[in-house]
Design a protein around this ligand. Structure first.
Ligand code: DAO
Ligand code: DAO
Ligand code: DAO
Length: 202
């Protein structure tokens, strides 16, 4: 089945397959409280993983019984060298690059700290330096954060690559925002868990 899947709350449609072999496993919504007043829907996101990599990894490294727990499947996906993409589709059309930078430093920064155990300012700056002032992100813009083999993170905006960085820590931190235990939207975690479980039992 290759029909797009629509995120029901923001009404954004996600292709069910990306880059030929990456399958949509879950959809979520990133909200943000502004001025402590109201929540805005900032972007909808879709999490994809390469079918072949997922199956290979599950078959080679672990027996089914070890990975019966759905939560373990989700962690397994984040921890291993599986090609994955998080596709962000902008809902809030008035984002400034400064607010993107500061949100990034806060959310990604907290994960770098969590997994790296130290402040990784240099890595953070290498990444945020990709965010040039002239970038515009109107509603409907598409940002893809794509983890390739060997933990290379490629960032594209509307299909154009804006940078790539090799860092296992950065890849892990980014994925944690979207499908980690304290992700932006637990709905995405549940989707990913049940879709992985069904792939495993196919
Ligand atoms: O939030 O409105 C929603 C729907 C979320 C469903 C996400 C899971 C879709 C998995 C489909 C795989 C198709 C190949
Ligand atoms: O622009 O002042 C503002 C309010 C919006 C803040 C939203 C911050 C979240 C940004 C993350 C976007 C990543 C593409
Ligand atoms: O929502 O807090 C968050 C995390 C945002 C990560 C988004 C990365 C965006 C990278 C490209 C932006 C280029 C201006």
């Amino acid at each position: 089945n290759s029909a797009p899947v629509t995120e029901s709350r923001a009404g954004m449609a996600f292709p069910s397959i990306l880059k030929d072999t990456q399958r949509l496993l879950g959809i979520g919504l990133r909200k943000k409280a502004v001025f402590g007043l109201k929540n805005i829907d900032v972007y909808a996101y879709g999490v994809y993983a390469d079918d072949v990599d997922v199956k290979k990894c599950l078959a080679e490294k672990h027996s089914v019984s070890e990975l019966q727990q759905k939560e373990e499947l989700r962690n397994h996906l984040m921890e291993n060298d599986i090609r994955m993409t998080v596709r962000l589709q902008i809902v809030y059309g008035r984002l400034s690059i400064n607010s993107v930078r500061s949100a990034f430093e806060e959310s990604v920064g907290s994960r770098l700290h969590k997994f790296g155990g130290y402040d990784n300012k240099e890595l953070l700056q290498r990444f945020t330096s990709q965010f040039k002032d002239e970038i515009k992100l109107p509603r409907g813009s598409i940002i893809e954060l794509s983890r390739d083999h060997d933990y290379i993170l490629h960032t594209t905006i509307d299909g154009k690559e804006v940078g790539s960085i090799q860092s296992k820590l950065l890849c892990r931190s980014i994925l944690d925002l979207y499908i980690g235990d304290e992700s932006f939207d637990h709905k995405a975690n549940e989707d990913v868990e049940s879709n992985l479980a069904s792939l495993l039992h196919k």
